[in-house]
Design a protein around this ligand. Structure first.
Ligand SMILES: [Zn+2]
Length: 321
């Protein structure tokens, strides 16, 4: 629900895009034989010294080397196929990135060969991303998935706004557009967001689902579009929105179930009660001032949007009397 910063990991992830992903596209295009030993790059005139340094770094990882060789064979084996397929892949890759950069997350699924999907989602995202020593050799900077998550500097799950994020290391990195359907976006910083375990799960969260049209939290503060209602009869909290993208977001994240639970109802009810008591001591003209101060103290914490809405609603109703 909170709006998250686009800048948190932009620079480092874009270096990965330029120096690894684009370089491997080039390698797939230029190479005529698979790699047996990394010293073979020394004589290769197709690549600059920096590119050779990075290729050596990549091919030092045996599992990754085997997979890249497999992809190269896949390209070489079919005549005339390599250039065409590489051109198509690059076109999709750049197109999808461009759309996300424009804030458009309503993309259609395009079929990508499993061997390429695996390179992005398994070898880049699950394997290389995690390896501290790889990043160190690659850009001489301390970096890994853990640091990626910390860089967001958030204290609560950006999706549900219910789970505190003090243990940010335990949170999962979600692909807003699932990597099973959009593998080429596996390492794109505008598709990666740290979230709580529950929002990440298939049963209680979004899993690999997509719903269109949808907004992304890199561009929208979705929480401000949601209306909250404290149901005192049934001891639960309801939420709704009149905006289609927000409604879809609520459905995708199963937020209604998340807010219906007793502990959230109790928390909100008790905070609203204290707010009401404080309010009853003051004069109506000062309500707004008191409200702003209270809300400010909840900013960036869990249930911020629910409190923001409910407290405001309370003041409005009180003023009507
Ligand atoms: Zn969550």
């Amino acid at each position: 629900m909170i709006k998250v910063s686009k800048k948190s990991n932009k620079n480092i992830m874009e270096i990965f895009h330029r120096k690894i992903i684009l370089l491997l596209f080039k390698w797939f295009q230029k190479s005529s034989k698979t790699v047996n030993s990394i010293t073979s790059f020394d004589k290769d005139k197709n690549f600059t010294l920096e590119e050779i340094r990075i290729l050596k770094l990549i091919f030092r990882k045996k599992k990754l080397k085997d997979h890249l060789n497999k992809i190269l064979i896949f390209f070489i084996e079919k005549e005339n196929f390599r250039n065409q397929e590489l051109k198509r892949l690059k076109k999709i890759y750049f197109y999808q990135r461009k759309q996300l950069k424009k804030g458009n997350y309503n993309l259609k699924v395009i079929k990508i060969e499993p061997i390429i999907s695996e390179l992005f989602s398994e070898y880049f995202f699950k394997y290389l991303f995690e390896k501290k020593e790889f990043w160190n050799d690659f850009i001489s900077t301390e970096f890994s998935k853990g640091i990626f998550k910390k860089n967001f500097k958030i204290q609560v799950c950006p999706y549900c706004n219910t789970e505190g994020m003090f243990q940010v290391e335990n949170y999962k990195i979600d692909h807003f557009l699932p990597k099973s359907l959009f593998p080429l976006l596996s390492m794109y910083y505008l598709n990666l967001i740290p979230i709580c375990e529950s929002c990440n799960s298939f049963h209680s969260g979004k899993g690999n689902n997509i719903i269109k049209p949808i907004q992304s939290q890199f561009y929208q503060e979705i929480g401000t579009n949601i209306e909250f209602y404290l149901d005192l009869k049934n001891n639960s909290v309801h939420l709704k929105s009149n905006i289609e993208e927000t409604k879809n977001f609520i459905d995708l994240l199963k937020l209604k179930n998340k807010y219906e639970i007793d502990i959230i109802f109790k928390n909100l009810k008790s905070d609203l009660k204290s707010f009401g008591i404080e309010l009853s001591k003051g004069v109506p003209e000062r309500y707004e001032e008191f409200y702003s101060r209270q809300i400010k103290s909840f900013e960036g914490r869990s249930l911020y949007y629910a409190k923001k809405y409910l407290f405001k609603d309370y003041i409005n109703k009180k003023n009507l009397k």
